[in-house]
Design a protein around this ligand. Structure first.
Ligand SMILES: *Cc1c(COP(=O)(O)O)cnc(C)c1O
Length: 376
């Protein structure tokens, strides 16, 4: 079986974990957490980076930082992972779902504009498959209406909008190092804080509402409970795994992009004959090869394709069921139909893409898809 994903172990992960254990400090904010923070701040240029135990946690921190209160409205895409909006629901927000573009699953700014009311407090965008949303337009809409922007950049490491790193454009960015992402730590995340006025409160929220971080820097002589918060910081063993991956980011990204391009080139005949649609990368966006997906003509065709691939020992998977149609939200949803979200829910299928995938395996998968569409 060719799996859909295979978590990567590059080289130094085990060595660094062993080193972290030997250091006698494996709780949060140890040696490897600091190395990861330095990587994101010095190498990648984020103003402030804080590791979290997941992207979900980073989003929950963002919701606390922007003081979401019951009744506040948050505009978000419906074609996304639960955590994008659940983090805000936990603080009492009303989620207002926007549709995707017709040619790619990212949130459509035209629709965002129509959904703004006097209660709107924030826009959460998701850079689906690591491809940037139209951030100039979204930031303009936000500044005209005094709204916060949170970037769910879970899939968007090492990807850019007009040369700007994703996760550095809105007020906050949230990244994931779950084993299905490009750079992994099993479970893990990162909150990037792009406006300096939020950094000290972010440190407090991450440390159970205490000013422990500033105590360890010697800025206060004792620490105590100063705000709300939770335990959002990961063990240094997680950071040790992550740091080894970050050191290999160029190697990982180069390989993933090669595999992505090979799929793209070899499937373009099916796009030309309009049997399938391939991912669209707008001019303002880069491709970080997080995901390779195709869009089928309808749900039935997609189900048959997934079954055909499975019969031939290839695991391909569909993705989100639009959140406005989820069991939790369906009864609460009173908005309009989101036809593009429905389309991606029914028609999008993701193909295997991981570092150790071989070119021959890509070619085999492509030949199966060709067989499915051409021979019927
Ligand atoms: C993976 C993912 C998340 C959740 O990340 P965790 O680290 O598992 O919490 C959130 N949003 C999107 C868009 C994702 O792809």
């Amino acid at each position: 079986m060719i799996p859909f994903n295979k978590p990567l172990l590059v080289n130094n992960e085990i060595r660094y974990i062993t080193d972290s254990v030997a250091s006698g400090k494996i709780s949060g904010d140890g040696k490897y957490t600091k190395l990861c923070h330095k990587f994101f701040e010095k190498e990648q240029g984020f103003k402030k980076a804080l590791l979290t135990t997941s992207c979900t946690d980073a989003l929950e921190m963002a919701a606390i930082l922007i003081d979401i209160k019951p009744g506040d409205e948050v505009i978000a895409p419906s074609y996304t992972f639960v955590s994008t909006v659940n983090a805000f629901v936990l603080r009492g927000a009303k989620i207002v779902f926007a549709d995707s573009y017709s040619d790619n699953p990212n949130i459509d700014p035209d629709h965002i504009e129509k959904l703004i009311t006097s209660k709107t407090k924030a826009i959460v965008v998701v850079h689906y498959a690591g491809v940037a949303c139209d951030m100039d337009r979204i930031m303009n809409i936000a500044s005209e209406n005094s709204l916060f922007v949170v970037e769910d950049a879970a899939q968007a490491i090492d990807s850019y909008y007009k040369g700007k790193r994703l996760g550095s454009i809105g007020d906050f960015g949230a990244f994931s190092f779950h084993e299905t992402k490009n750079i992994i730590a099993g479970e893990g995340g990162l909150l990037t804080i792009n406006k300096e006025q939020y950094t000290s409160r972010a440190e407090i929220i991450r440390e159970k509402g205490t000013n422990r971080t500033s105590f360890f820097r010697g800025e206060v002589d004792k620490y105590g409970w100063v705000d709300i918060g939770s335990s959002f910081l990961p063990s240094d063993m997680i950071a040790a795994y992550l740091f080894a991956q970050l050191e290999s980011i160029d190697l990982i990204q180069t390989r993933r992009k090669e595999l992505w391009l090979r799929y793209y080139e070899k499937l373009s005949n099916l796009e030309l004959s309009e049997k399938i649609h391939l991912p669209v990368i707008p001019d303002y966006a880069t491709n970080n090869a997080h995901m390779f997906y195709i869009v089928c003509s309808n749900l039935d065709e997609r189900s048959r394709l997934i079954a055909f691939l499975k019969d031939n020992k290839v695991s391909a998977v569909f993705h989100y069921i639009s959140l406005h149609k989820s069991p939790y939200f369906e009864g609460k949803y009173s908005g309009e139909q989101l036809l593009n979200c429905d389309k991606y829910s029914d028609q999008l299928v993701r193909l295997p893409l991981y570092y150790e995938l071989k070119f021959e395996e890509v070619d085999f998968i492509v030949s199966l898809i060709n067989k499915f569409y051409i021979e019927g």
